[in-house]
Design a protein around this ligand. Structure first.
Ligand code: NAG
Ligand code: NAG
Ligand code: NAG
Ligand code: NAG
Ligand code: NAG
Ligand code: NAG
Ligand code: NAG
Length: 358
């Protein structure tokens, strides 16, 4: 478990106001969530060795969550897993795997479970193997009709760029190639366990989160958006590699369908268009919760500065997008008409289709 907090803003144009409040039955039987702090809903609260820097179960986290409750979400309010689950018609997003009492995993699997853990990277989740087996036809149908939602890769990039774990004699392209190969193995494991519908969030411009902007300024590696050039270069190289990996997998694995978010272009779109009918972001570089330069010199906790107009901030803390930013992203993931999400969006991905062979 890395201690890096997590992934960066993934931001999208809000095409539609897609609130499905009190809608009919959910569009899928279950959602299974995997990955990092963009989508962790509290698993890290249950990890003993995870201390303050990889937890979010204290104020000011959750200040805009119902009841102002810090829950372990790395956000002021809802995160992307919550917002996507709501768009799919669920009242709330699936519960943290580690919160489930012994013996309740199997019944909960039919309604959805969240396995994401803040700080996790692709290299952490690979090798964990399938988390369920589809032993009977009913269970197999249920899993294959459900949605797997994955946000991973940003932490691997942070660690590489910030020279934390990876020795730097490494060739960037080779590093990314190995990362994508691990990601591919992981998706194959999930497919082997019965999953067929994958929504994949690519890492966004990791160099643009406040923590990396601070590094950019110190190291004088500042790109056109005021972000860390090295980090953003890696993100830009990674996206097409992920896209072609997923395309290849869909050819190899019968019945597999996917929806890939081009988080790079989504982020650029917001930087290029800060005010639209769907959102108004006036602060793009600074954490809402945090202190010092970019609000990133000291992390978010009860003693940190807290901004007032939180919906105008792109970033909640030094690594994570605000509730407002993830809402824009979730609407894009769900309903984007082919501009930022390829080859289909999640609404299309979850359409009922003729039963496929297993
Ligand atoms: C659940 O199972 C684990 C391992 O089998 C055990 O260590 C733990 O005490 C159990 N928890 C409860 C609440 O029974
Ligand atoms: C098959 O799986 C479903 C869904 O998990 C479960 O409710 C049911 O009890 C299982 N049936 C058998 C015979 O194991
Ligand atoms: C880096 O790795 C790529 C792919 O593995 C290779 O094509 C390229 O020549 C390598 N570059 C250097 C400078 O070693
Ligand atoms: C990022 O990529 C651009 C264009 O490929 C290149 O000019 C620049 O030197 C790269 N910057 C870093 C820090 O790698
Ligand atoms: C799902 O993937 C299959 C190939 O595995 C493809 O033929 C089909 O058109 C895809 N369905 C949708 C809705 O994109
Ligand atoms: C944003 O603006 C930059 C610079 O003008 C341009 O290169 C890029 O393509 C734009 N991106 C989007 C998604 O509009
Ligand atoms: C953003 O600001 C514009 C004009 O200032 C306003 O028309 C629009 O409703 C605002 N959008 C939101 C979501 O607040």
């Amino acid at each position: 478990m890395a201690s890096r907090g997590g992934a960066l803003a993934l931001v999208a144009l809000c095409w539609l106001e897609l609130a499905l409040h009190g809608a009919a039955a959910p569009l899928v039987p279950a959602v299974y969530v995997f990955g990092d702090s963009m989508v962790d809903v509290g698993n890290n609260n249950y990890i003993q060795k995870c201390k303050v820097d990889c937890r979010a179960d204290y104020p000011h986290f959750g200040v805009d969550y119902p009841g102002h409750a810090p829950t372990g979400r790395f956000s002021n309010g809802y995160n992307l897993a919550d917002q996507l689950a709501q768009l799919l018609g669920f009242d709330e997003s699936p519960p943290p795997f580690l919160s489930l009492p012994n013996g309740s995993l199997i019944p909960q699997m039919s309604r959805g479970v969240n396995f994401a853990s803040g700080g996790a990277g692709i290299r952490d989740i690979t090798g964990n193997g399938p988390v369920w087996t589809s032993e009977n036809r009913t269970a197999a149908d249920l899993v294959s009709n459900s949605l797997v939602f994955i946000s991973a890769g940003s932490n691997d990039l942070f660690e590489y760029v910030d020279h934390i774990q990876v020795p730097h004699n490494q060739n960037d392209t080779e590093f990314l190639r190995l990362l994508v190969a691990s990601y591919s193995d992981y998706l194959k494991d999930l497919y082997g366990a019965g999953a067929k519908r994958f929504s994949v969030l690519s890492p966004s411009l990791v160099g643009c989160c406040p923590s990396q902007r601070l590094i950019a300024q110190k190291s004088k590696d500042v790109d056109q958006y005021g972000c860390l050039g090295a980090g953003n270069n890696l993100s830009r190289q990674l996206y097409p590699m992920l896209a072609s990996m997923l395309h290849d997998l869909s050819l190899q694995m019968p019945g597999m369908n996917y929806s890939l978010v081009d988080s790079i272009r989504m982020a650029e779109f917001i930087f290029n268009n800060t005010h639209t009918p769907a959102y108004n972001f006036t602060v793009l570089d600074r954490a809402c919760c945090g202190s010092g330069k970019f609000g990133a010199e000291d992390g978010c906790d009860f003693s940190a500065d807290l901004c007032e107009n939180r919906d105008t901030y792109l970033f909640w803390d030094d690594y994570h997008p605000s509730n407002a930013a993830t809402k824009v992203a979730a609407n894009g993931i769900f309903g984007d008409p082919g501009i930022f999400v390829h080859p289909i969006n999640v609404q299309q991905l979850v359409q009922p289709r003729p039963q496929q062979s297993i």
